[in-house]
Design a protein around this ligand. Sequence first.
Ligand code: ZN
Length: 639
Amino acid sequence: MPVCLTPNAIAAINGGDVDSKPLVQVVDVKLIGSAQERYRLLLSDAASSQNAMLATQLNDLVKSGRVRKGSVVQLIDYICSTVQNRKIIVVLNMETIVPECEIIGNPKMYPETDAVAQKVLPNINPGNIQRFNNDNINGRNPVQNTQNFHSAVQPPPRANAMQNMQSFRSAIQPPYQPPPNYRNRGPIMKNEAPARIIPIAALNPYQGRWAIKARVTAKGDLRRYNNARGDGKVFSFDLLDSDGGEIRVTCFNAVVDRFHDIIEVGKVYLISKGSLKPAQKNFNHLKNEWEIFLEATSTVDVSPEEDASIPQQQFSFRPISDIETAENNSIIDVIGVVVSVNPSVPILRKNGMETQRRILNLKDGSGRTVELTLWGEFCNREGQKLQEMIDSGFFPVLAVKAGKVSDFSGKSIGTISSTQLFINPDIPEACSLRSWFDFGGKDAASLSISREIMTGGSKNEIRKTVSQIKEEGLGRSDKPDWITVKATVSFIKTDPFCYTACPLMIGDRQCNKKVTRAGNTRWLCDRCNQEFEECDYRYLLQIQIQDHTGLTWVTAFQESGEEVLGFSAKELFMLKEQDDERFAETVRSKLFYQFLFRLKIKEETYGDEQRVKITVVKADKVNYSLESQYMLDLISKLS
Ligand SMILES: [Zn+2]
């Protein structure tokens, strides 16, 4: 089959062509890069050949053999970059046309002189370039000529910013010109043609010069650090462009001083020059494998006009029901109606610093609610505002950008430093959620996916009697059994009923390990290896429950202990210290209430002994109206 490669394709690409989608042949493939796998291709148009770098997302093409030595490919997205004074083609997207073919022609390495490149530079009036350069060298005001230059290369306006790869090339914008006051600074700036504005998605470390136009969607706090190399400061901000590309930008030390104050969330900037390094995925959850590090020569300029084609924020919301199966520690966006807000409580961090924690509940149309834990500043800023709204009877919509999934007990979401909260945001998802909630959603049944429980509904619960636990050998299989028992509290052991717990925070959860006295007044945690004045008290409660079939012992920890006793463990502990009689009376008054106990049953080994451990994960006082409905349903199924 005769194959015709695109004549002069290599020269055209070197001249700035990004549009012609040429057919070229892969003459050689090499695996390079140690930290990250990368492929270098030698591309040929039958007369000339040139090195090309494959974007890492295309590695699979080579690995799967779809692109190999001899393959004829069509370049779809590509750009010519200068790396260490050598020109190289960066291939962002391509397609295999003929998987394998004999080498066509006798290609020679393409000469790398600028003179050749200039000749084929498309669409640009060389006169303007000439004048532009002269102006720079002479130090005259180039504004007039810049205007000519712009109009000479202005492509037709973009029809639709969201048309993805197809409009990718037409999306390539005219060269970005630094404003006049940044020019003529010194010899470095002279003779440099302006960098082209490219989509964020096209950024890669093999590009010499680039410019991007993007909106700041988040600005991190200025942080100071101290390591082996000395003191320093750092700050980061996140960018979003009109193609939906996002990337984090990080500045250190002197560069912080230059840019920290001019960066504002919501504004559009033209950014040029900086180095690209692999994103630090521990801290950076944007969908980009790279991160920009600004340098002394970088420029960051506020875009003179607002660009409505760049969204204010980009969310990829997941319904709350999806969080049930989301991986622990994964970062997600979620939107819901705030149905309740708990007060802010002080929490001691492991480093001895106090922080705040506030838990609220989000509900959406997926039939689920989830706990959102706010940490630190979020408690007083957004948390306080939300609390006031709820107190005044209004249920606000809350969008959470970059919340962290926790599976500590059930599934919940917590804030991290890069989380952003938006109260009643002006976005379509918020509007539809609002009308759903106002027209019935408010009263719709919903199950909580937090705290290993499903409250309020009988759909997912498996109702058993106390005697069935033994009769059916529950807890004996690999996985625990989860059942619900309607039973009455018949006895509560009070000696002991709680333990002295470590109050320090490890990450976003409390340590809770049992602590012991260190000296007369202080407590010591073995796990944290720290001492402190005050410890926390947590329930470890043995409760006897019974129904019409029998009785059993169950263990209740903190939250379920509070549900049964109506006090925190600390409150009861203090009461016991002060007045043992009143304490005993208080506990007695909590007997003989009927609860729906959600139980986790699992056999555990203690020494050589197998014991079935029954834990209360949730104790709900029986709601007799709901319970009657439940029993009526059972009866109707009988007939
Ligand atoms: Zn501890």
